[in-house]
Design a protein around this ligand. Structure first.
Ligand code: NAP
Length: 214
């Protein structure tokens, strides 16, 4: 299975791209938006495509061509304004869903945020970010794609433990990006996660066991 990683220059995206490259069951195409971001990947023998989530659906569909899965691990980040939140986390995500459908990619894994599915859980400080995540996820659930929506808690750069808690509703918590990347990898072919959404934080259960019993 060839997987397009959207946001492959990001912190989760980089870890996931290397996990996919090292896995015998997958090949990977890293979607980045600048030549200089592609260079280290190309030096490591990893296929890259340059595309921008602010570009056209056609550009994004071309990037996804001949892939069997898309992982959306992009985000506008905390350093930009809410204009970019709207354009990347909401419209960019929805355009990527349309692009996947146009390119006949069936599988789509979304990195969302913990509690995005319940308005009463949204953090007061970053409500517009939660609204963007909420409606992107809602569009994905209404699409024809075989989706998995993963809603991690606060992301850390601590080493992964390989153990998680994954459930429909979890209030608060955090998780290393390494464990999120591994959870995405193991979700790709775990049918129990197909057309399912779940919150994700660090926990006591090995990742594959947690995914098969959500
Ligand atoms: P990150 O390091 O900020 O990576 C995001 C990536 O998105 C970057 O590589 C960035 O590209 C890319 N991107 C931004 N705008 C783009 C555009 N117009 N076209 C193409 N790519 C674009 O994020 P992360 O820490 O890995 O987190 C990944 C996801 O987790 C995000 O969706 C975030 O909202 C979500 N999340 C975060 C937290 C948290 O605690 N921070 C909690 C839950 C969920 P450049 O490298 O070119 O800038």
């Amino acid at each position: 299975m060839k997987v397009l990683v959207v946001g492959a220059n990001g912190q989760i995206g980089k870890q996931l791209t290397h996990l996919l490259q090292d896995h015998e069951g997958y090949t990977v195409r890293a979607m980045v938006r600048k030549e200089e971001q592609a260079a280290p990947y190309q030096a490591a023998g990893i296929e890259c495509v340059l595309a921008n989530l602010e570009g056209s659906v056609k550009e994004l569909a071309d990037a996804a061509k001949n892939c069997q899965a898309v992982v959306f691990a992009a985000g506008s980040g905390g350093a930009t304004g809410y204009d970019k939140t709207l354009l990347i986390d909401l419209d960019g995500a929805v355009k990527m869903m349309e692009a996947a459908e146009q390119a006949s990619v069936r599988r789509f894994v979304m990195v969302s945020a913990i509690g995005a599915h319940h308005r009463e859980y949204w953090s007061e400080e970053i409500k517009p970010y939660y609204a963007a995540k909420h409606y992107a996820d809602r569009m994905l659930r209404q699409s024809s794609l075989t989706y998995t929506i993963i809603r991690p808690g606060g992301l850390t750069n601590n080493p992964g433990t390989g153990h998680i808690a994954a459930a429909e509703n979890i209030r608060g918590g955090s998780i290393p990006r390494e464990d999120v990347a591994k959870t995405i990898l193991l979700s790709l072919d775990e049918e129990n996660t197909f057309r399912r959404s779940f919150d994700l934080i660090s926990g006591d259960t090995p990742i594959s066991e947690a995914l098969s019993s959500i």
